[in-house]
Design a protein around this ligand. Structure first.
Ligand SMILES: CC[C@@H](C(=O)O)C(=O)SCCNC(=O)CCNC(=O)[C@H](O)C(C)(C)COP(=O)(O)OP(=O)(O)OC[C@H]1O[C@@H](n2cnc3c(N)ncnc32)[C@H](O)[C@@H]1OP(=O)(O)O
Ligand SMILES: [Co+2]
Length: 129
């Protein structure tokens, strides 16, 4: 599976975007995903994407992450053409799925997460565009 984006937990979207803009990234899209409690700025350079995530609510996953660990790399997201098949395959292998069913992600995509204990402390997101 190809990398779709790197998700980064931030406290200030505009300030966090600056270094990537300096590196030649452009704003591909921005918006809110209420169900995840985040505001998002998606930055892109060629096929590489950086997803900046600012918490909307203190009980969101991103707010809890920042409270425990501070801002920084939050997850790696991988593109799959069939997210339900990918989840079934991972579940059969015993991967600790956070989501057994896909949920709505940014840009109308379907997403699902695998717990960080599966990949050496890295939260993994699957994305079906
Ligand atoms: C914008 C939409 C979408 C997209 O389209 O791209 C997104 O990217 S949304 C991104 C935000 N949403 C999510 O992260 C949803 C999935 N995450 C979760 O469900 C939870 O965060 C979790 C991974 C299941 C952890 O939840 P929970 O167990 O309740 O959290 P704790 O705070 O108690 O942490 C337990 C343990 O896990 C460590 N942790 C938490 N988050 C991460 C992380 N992102 N990467 C690595 N480790 C993480 C946390 O630090 C705790 O460890 P210890 O402190 O060692 O106990
Ligand atoms: Co993401």
């Amino acid at each position: 599976m190809e990398l779709h984006h790197v998700g980064i937990a931030v406290t200030d979207l505009e300030a966090a975007a600056r270094p990537y803009l300096e590196l030649g990234y452009v704003r591909e899209a921005e918006g809110t995903v209420e169900s995840q409690g985040v505001r998002v700025v998606m930055l892109r350079s060629g096929s590489s994407r950086v997803e900046l995530l600012e918490a909307l609510r203190p009980d969101s996953a991103v707010a809890r992450f920042i409270e425990k660990r501070g801002p920084g790399v939050h997850h790696l997201a991988f593109h799959t053409p069939d997210i339900r098949a990918a989840l079934a395959r991972l579940e059969a292998q015993g991967a600790p799925l956070v989501d057994r069913e896909p949920r709505p992600g940014f840009g109308g995509h379907l997403v699902a997460f695998v717990h960080p204990r599966w990949a050496g402390g890295v939260l993994v997101e699957l994305v079906q565009e």
